[in-house]
Write a protein of this length. Structure first.
Length: 292
């Protein structure tokens, strides 16, 4: 049984969007429920995976949890406090505890800013001066995510996709958050790069006690990182439970259909991947520096 304390609780989360018609129908509006009465818990130091096909409401849920958009209804409790309508100082405090890593690093990292400016932006935004100084912290973070700390004056386009996503992770870590929302954070990357980034996220979780809300349409990816899984379909959570329950004993027909579409992982491939990652670790060649 999972008895880790709950860090974030979402209850009855609902989001309606209003869209305006085109041409002769410009005056008419349509209300559309993208997320419908969704509830889940993210536990301290653990990962909740949210899976579902495109359009199921995953990103809208993530954006509500990150407080980038307001829910139409429902509550979000973080660390025992209701943050649903947090504003001003309460919202600023929330933003130091919850950070987001987005899908496409090249559109979420400002191309005109150096890596140093990008990674330290959350500190500047919050007016936080780290004990060791900003530059030293940025260097430490770059090193920790597998990038060369001497590259802090480079620009995002000088990095590969996997490396750029590492910059996004370093930025998320700058304010020492408790929860990182990964919204399709590895979906745009090649499978081998994905595996390394997931490995990094898992190591960071073990070191820092981080919690993740990990959004992905790819169940094979979620299986590698999630402790608990919520399956979304047409705006609703149709099934949730711990990883084994969802993957080994799915109850819902939609979950079964999703699982049936996942290619089976070849155990020899898994073993080869584990050996490759172990060799990189022992020979000290930070994965990020070898990514194409
Ligand atoms: N700002 C918006 N205005 C109107 N409709 C929206 C808006 N944002 C999302 N939607 C709609 O809400 C539904 C859920 O979208 P959402 O992006 O949350 O799904 P998703 O599961 O994350 O899928 P994807 O991975 O394709 O983004 C979709 O039908 C989408 O078109």
């Amino acid at each position: 049984m999972n008895d880790a304390p709950v860090l974030l609780q979402a209850t009855g989360l609902t989001k309606d969007f209003t869209t305006r018609g085109d041409g002769a129908f410009r005056a008419s509006t349509t209300r559309f429920r993208a997320v419908d009465d969704v509830g889940f818990a993210v536990r301290a130091g653990q990962t909740l995976g949210i899976v579902g096909e495109s359009g199921s409401g995953k990103s809208t849920t993530a954006r509500m949890i990150a407080k980038l958009i307001e829910p139409t209804a429902g509550t979000i409790t973080f660390d025992g406090e209701d943050v649903t309508t947090a504003r001003g100082p309460a919202l600023a405090a929330f933003r130091t505890k919850v950070q987001v890593v987005f899908q496409d690093p090249f559109s979420s990292l400002n191309p005109r800013h150096t890596v140093e400016r990008i990674v330290s932006a959350p500190l500047d935004y919050q007016g936080i001066t780290p004990k060791q100084g900003k530059r030293a912290l940025v260097r430490d973070l770059l090193d920790r995510v597998g990038l060369n700390p001497d590259h802090l004056q480079r620009y995002p386009r000088q990095f590969s996709g996997g490396q750029a996503q590492r910059i996004g992770i370093a930025r998320a870590l700058a304010v020492s958050p408790k929860l990182v929302i990964c919204d399709e954070a590895v979906s745009a990357l090649d499978v081998s790069v994905q595996a390394r980034i997931i490995d990094l996220l898992r190591d960071l979780q073990a070191e820092r006690g981080l919690s993740y809300l990990f959004i992905a349409h790819d169940l094979a990816v979620v299986r590698q990182i999630a402790h608990d899984v919520a399956v979304m379909h047409r705006g609703k959570v149709v099934e949730q439970g711990d990883r084994e329950a969802i993957f080994d004993h799915p109850q819902d027909e939609y979950t079964k259909t999703l699982l049936a579409a996942v290619p089976t992982i070849d155990p020899s491939w898994e073993a080869a991947r584990a050996t490759m990652l172990e060799q990189e670790r022992t020979h000290g060649s930070a994965a990020g520096r070898t990514e194409a």
